[in-house]
Write a protein that binds this ligand. Structure first.
Ligand SMILES: NC(=O)c1ccc[n+]([C@@H]2O[C@H](COP(=O)([O-])OP(=O)(O)OC[C@H]3O[C@@H](n4cnc5c(N)ncnc54)[C@H](OP(=O)(O)O)[C@@H]3O)[C@@H](O)[C@H]2O)c1
Length: 289
C-alpha cells in the first residue's frame, strides 16, 4: 500500500513535549501533517520542537504552552487553533498524592478527563468530516471504579492508582458516549491503550513510580507505543471504528462498565456540567464550510 500522504492536514497532539506524544507528533510530521504540540513547560516544548524539526527535516511544528490544571488555559489553547483534522488527546498524568485544582476538581480527573473533553467541545465543530479524535486511555482502566457521586475521592479514601484508573475508564466511556450522541456520520472518535511504554510518566510518583521504573527495561519504546494511537488516528482500517477501544492496533472490548450505555450517558451529563459545555454540543455538527 502507498504511504499515506497527509499534507495539508492539521493535528493537535497534547502532551507532545515528551514520551508517546512526541513520537506521535514525529510520525504525523513525517506523513506531511502540520502539528501543534502542547505541554506545561516552554523550554521542554522548544527542545521538542527543535528535535522534531531536526529528526524529520520538516518545519510544520507549532508549540503552545498550556497547563491543563487550569481549565482557562485549555480554553486559551483551543482558541489558538484555527484548523484541525486530528485531535490526539494524549496529555496525562499520574499523581500519588491527592491535590485539587483551583477549578475545584481532583487533579488527575481534570488533566486526564475534563481537559480533553473541553478540547473536544471547543474544537469539534472545526473538525473536518474525515477528521478523527483519539483519546489516549490505558489498560489500567480495568481496575477503575467509577463513582459518579464521588469523582474527586472526597468520600472514598484516595489512592493515586484508583484515581488514575477511574480517569482512564471515564475516557473510554466518554468516547463511547460521544459516539452514541453524534452518530456514525460524525468524525470518528477512538480511545486507545499504547501498551506499557518506557517513558518518564512515573516521575514523582513514590512506590508506584519505583515499580514502574524497575520494569522499564521490559516495556516497549515510545515509538512502538505511538503505533496504536497512530493507527487509530490515520489508518484507513480504523475509519469505521466509531467509539471503539484499541489495543495493539486492533479494537478490543474494554471493561464491562465501559459498555454500559446508561452509565456512559450519565457520565457525559456529569462531565458536561463540570466543564460547562451544553449537551447539544455533542450532537453531530455540519461539516465546516
Ligand atoms: N507510559 C505508559 O506505559 C502508558 C501506559 C498507558 C497509558 N499511558 C498514557 O499515555 C499518555 C502519555 O504518557 P507518556 O507515557 O508519554 O508520559 P510523559 O512522557 O510523561 O508524557 C506526558 C505528557 O503529558 C503532558 N502533561 C502532563 N501533565 C500535564 C498538565 N497538567 N497539563 C498539560 N500537559 C500535561 C506532559 O507535558 P510536560 O510534562 O512537558 O508539561 C507530557 O508531554 C498519558 O495519557 C498516559 O496516561 C502511558
Amino acid at each position: 500500500m502507498a504511504p499515506l500522504d497527509l499534507s495539508g492536514k492539521n493535528a493537535l497532539v497534547t502532551g507532545g513535549s515528551s514520551g508517546i506524544g512526541f513520537e506521535v507528533a514525529k510520525a504525523l510530521l513525517t506523513l506531511g501533517t502540520h502539528v501543534t504540540i502542547t505541554g506545561r513547560d516552554i523550554r521542554r516544548l522548544e527542545l521538542a520542537r527543535d528535535f522534531l524539526v531536526k529528526d524529520t527535516k520538516r518545519t510544520g511544528v507549532a508549540i503552545v504552552q498550556s497547563d491543563f490544571a487550569e481549565l482557562d488555559q485549555v480554553n486559551t489553547l483551543a482558541s489558538a487553533i484555527s484548523s484541525i483534522d486530528l485531535l490526539i488527546n494524549n496529555a496525562g498524568l499520574f499523581r500519588r498524592t491527592k491535590s485539587m485544582t483551583k477549578d475545584g476538581f481532583e487533579l488527575q480527573w481534570q488533566v486526564n478527563v475534563l481537559a480533553p473533553m473541553l478540547l473536544i467541545g471547543c474544537l469539534k465543530s472545526m473538525l473536518s468530516q474525515d477528521g478523527r479524535i483519539v483519546n489516549v486511555a490505558s489498560q489500567a482502566h480495568t481496575r477503575g471504579v467509577l463513582d459518579l457521586d464521588d469523582l474527586d475521592f472526597s468520600k472514598r479514601s484516595y489512592s493515586g492508582w484508583a484515581a488514575y484508573s477511574q480517569s482512564k475508564l471515564a475516557l473510554i466511556m466518554l468516547t463511547r458516549a460521544l459516539t452514541n450522541h453524534a452518530g456514525r456520520d460524525a468524525p470518528v472518535i477512538i480511545s486507545a491503550h499504547p501498551g506499557l511504554v518506557r517513558t518518564d510518566f512515573a516521575r514523582e510518583t513514590g512506590w508506584i513510580g519505583l515499580l514502574f521504573n524497575a520494569f522499564k527495561p521490559f516495556y516497549i519504546s515510545p515509538r512502538r507505543g505511538a503505533k496504536t494511537i497512530l493507527h487509530a488516528a490515520v489508518s484507513p482500517f480504523a475509519a469505521g471504528s466509531h467509539g471503539e477501544y484499541f489495543v495493539r492496533c486492533a479494537p478490543r472490548l474494554p471493561a464491562k462498565t465501559a459498555l454500559d450505555d446508561n452509565q456512559c450517558q450519565a457520565l457525559l451529563v456529569k462531565v458536561s456540567e463540570q466543564i460547562n459545555v451544553p449537551m447539544e454540543t455533542w450532537q453531530a455538527s455540519p461539516p465546516p464550510a
